[in-house]
Design a binder for this molecule. Structure first.
Ligand SMILES: CC(C)(COP(=O)(O)OP(=O)(O)OC[C@H]1O[C@@H](n2cnc3c(N)ncnc32)[C@H](O)[C@@H]1OP(=O)(O)O)[C@@H](O)C(=O)NCCC(=O)NCCS
Length: 151
């Protein structure tokens, strides 16, 4: 296993990972957006024999603060510690650039959704704390929770 990035040209592999997770990436427009973003944003991928099993894309809004734009581990490889490896690698890279805060926006608990409950559980385990809920940032059926951690 090897982490590669932050400049990658493996859009198709990232798209395949997203397509393995329809509970999270079931909206085609969103899926294409996240796959395209792997070509534009700093992205790290965890690869096994040159095949990506997971990736994380980062959006640097300000020098001091960044955002997890998208992160996904292929369904067959979830729960094996790969998400932690990817996130910790990204955090190390950001610290080296003097970035102090990392945020992520995900679906809030106001919407009952077993899939996103797992996502929030992962981010909480990785040290993110809820900062603010934005009920209508995306749309009223998709309430947003902003989580943040200090680097
Ligand atoms: C979220 C995701 C990236 C995490 O990657 P992963 O490889 O499955 O997670 P890991 O196995 O590295 O887990 C890391 C830690 O989080 C913990 N964790 C994971 N899910 C958890 C949950 N639902 N509740 C509590 N802890 C959780 C693990 O137990 C592990 O803890 P440890 O390292 O202290 O033992 C991955 O599961 C995924 O792609 N999910 C679907 C898409 C998604 O939610 N993407 C993010 C938002 S768009």
């Amino acid at each position: 296993m090897q982490v590669v990035g932050p400049e990658l040209d493996i859009r198709a592999q990232c798209e395949a990972i997203l397509r393995s997770l329809p509970e999270w990436f079931g909206i085609e427009e969103g899926l294409v957006h996240y796959a395209d973003a792997t070509l534009q944003l700093p992205t790290f991928a965890l690869t096994e024999k040159r095949n990506a099993v997971g990736f994380i894309s980062l959006n640097q809004h300000f020098p001091e603060s960044s955002e997890v734009h998208c992160m996904a581990v292929h369904r067959e490889h979830r729960g094996k510690g790969f998400g932690r490896v990817l996130l910790e690698h990204a955090e190390h890279w950001l610290r080296g650039r003097h970035t102090r805060f990392l945020q992520v926006k995900t679906v809030s608990a106001s919407l009952e959704d077993a899939a996103y409950e797992q996502t929030r559980g992962f981010y909480a385990r990785m040290g993110f704390v809820p900062l603010q809920e934005f009920p209508e940032l995306w749309d009223p059926h998709n309430p947003c929770l902003q989580m943040i951690k200090g680097l």
